[in-house]
Design a protein around this ligand. Structure first.
Ligand code: HEM
Length: 456
């Protein structure tokens, strides 16, 4: 008889899962496990059976071909305590219904509207940067994506509320950093609590939920029945299967979901991409060359994107090396055969864009930042999946790509140089791919080729 579980770390070795130092943390543990034990590995953390995947075909099986054998995992249990019932915590068939209702927020004409907001906000942001100024780039990108998400979600008149929501979500993010590893232990308790008391107060985020409700309630009251183009209005005017509008609570849950999923993610992607550009001046120069020849100094618009292939490739490559959603998990709802093993019902399957997107089987020189790799070829499907895949893939993917590329385009008016704050930046642990310390970049003016004074 063959092995019943795939190879992987055993016994004391598995304690690496709880590691907390920059050199040894959950992320490095997962990466080392995949590198050492191959495309499909297994380990146990107490009662939890974890199967780690590092293989494009298996990713496709889990996210697409056999997605109906899986549901969301621990992360969703945690999110449910904050968001209640929403798109990102639902399972089928309810998930599909909610997705259908929210999808119009990402239709083509809406996207064109968001592009205008993104372009205006990023151009303004770039213009306000002063020569010689030093930026905490993560903070700066968070401010920028918050401004954009605020307007896209609530419209211009409620930007303040977006900032307040974001401040509460910051606290949630710090809290989850500490709680998440322990959740593996306490998840069964949480789930039991929710099963018995579906509407009882949130265990972990009681205060945060109350504050969020207080911020959002007055906006809903004022907005019901109005027809503006922001996402909030679309959600307020949406109808469910019974042709009834969503309740205030449902609307509030979705709004917080969009804020949570939609601004720190893109901020993280931009932070790492700008960091990479600062470390690779030759790539930055090539980017500026494209921007100057296509735009010659004016702000970019939606219809410029097809003629900015290198800029798109830069963002694409940033998302390859530093995918903000570094790993996510699914749980089996029945025995599933994967890679010749029977994965039992109730097991966790971890997928990691961070690990697979740096696998040398799929990418030449995988640790190198080389945007041109995207210009002539595409990798194996699902060797690259920063936005997930299947029915629960990122609903904001087109929004995020557009925002990323328009931001790079407009920020490219200035040069962002790396400051010597010592060595390279490691990956810290959190819900998203956090830099392990502050990344400082220095702003420097840049002259476009066409602006240089003619020499007489
Ligand atoms: C670079 C930026 C982004 C990245 C890397 C990203 C990544 C992801 C990933 C990997 C998932 C799927 C997780 C899973 O399968 O368990 C997801 C789901 C989701 N994302 Fe994004 N996302 C980004 C930006 C956004 C934006 C801008 C929005 C909203 C405007 C958004 C809203 C959502 C929502 C609502 C879901 C849940 C979808 C569902 O379950 O049906 N995301 N995202």
């Amino acid at each position: 008889m063959g092995m019943t579980v795939p190879p992987g770390p055993r016994g004391r070795e598995t304690l690496g899962f709880f590691g907390r130092s920059p050199e040894r943390n959950t992320v490095t543990f997962l990466r080392d496990t995949a590198r050492r034990y191959g495309p499909f590995s297994y380990f146990r953390i107490l009662h939890k059976h974890i199967y780690l995947v590092d293989d494009a075909d298996l990713v496709k099986e889990i996210l697409i071909t056999r997605q109906h054998s899986f549901i969301r995992d621990t992360g969703a249990t945690l999110l449910r305590e904050l968001l209640g019932d929403s798109l990102i915590t639902r399972e089928e068939p309810l998930h599909r219904e909610r997705r259908r209702i929210l999808q119009p927020a990402f239709h083509r004409d809406q996207i064109a509207h968001y592009a205008e907001i993104m372009s205006t906000e990023t151009a303004r942001f770039a213009d306000e940067l002063r020569d010689g100024e030093t930026l905490d780039i993560r903070e700066a990108m968070r401010r920028l994506t918050l401004a954009i998400a605020g307007i896209a979600l609530f419209g211009t008149d409620c930007r303040e509320s977006a900032a307040q929501v974001s401040a509460v979500l910051q606290r949630v993010s710090v809290k989850t950093r500490w709680v998440a590893p322990a959740l593996v232990l306490f998840e069964p308790l949480f789930k039991a609590y929710r099963r018995w008391f579906p509407r009882a107060p949130s265990l972990l985020f009681y205060r945060e939920r109350r504050e969020l409700e207080k911020i959002i309630a007055p906006i809903l009251e004022q907005r019901r029945g109005q027809g503006t183009k922001d996402i909030l209005s679309l959600i307020l005017n949406a109808r469910n299967e019974e042709d009834a509008p969503l309740t205030d609570e449902e609307v509030a849950n979705e709004i917080v979901t969009f804020m949570l999923a939609g601004h720190e993610t893109t901020a993280t992607a931009l932070t790492w991409t700008l960091y990479l550009l600062a470390q690779h001046p030759e790539v930055a120069e090539r980017l500026y060359l494209e921007l100057d020849s296509v735009l010659d100094g004016r702000p970019a618009r939606l219809d410029d994107l097809p003629v900015l292939p290198y800029t798109s490739a830069v963002f694409q490559e940033g998302l390859r090396l530093y995918p903000p959603a570094l790993a996510f998990a699914r749980r089996t709802i029945e025995n599933v055969e994967l890679a010749g093993y029977i994965v039992p019902k109730g097991a966790s399957v971890f997928l990691s864009p961070l690990i697979t997107q740096r696998n040398p089987r799929y990418f030449d020189d995988p640790e190198a930042f080389r945007p041109e790799r995207w210009l002539n070829s595409q990798p194996a499907k699902f060797a690259y999946f920063p936005f997930g895949g299947g029915a629960k893939s990122c609903i904001g993917e087109s929004f995020a790509r557009l925002e990323g590329v328009l931001a790079l385009t407009n920020l490219g008016r200035k040069r962002l140089l790396s400051c010597s704050n010592g060595g390279s930046i490691a990956i810290g642990v959190g819900m998203l791919l956090r830099p392990d310390r502050t990344i400082l970049l220095q702003v420097s003016e840049r002259t476009r080729a066409s602006e240089e004074a003619p020499t007489l």
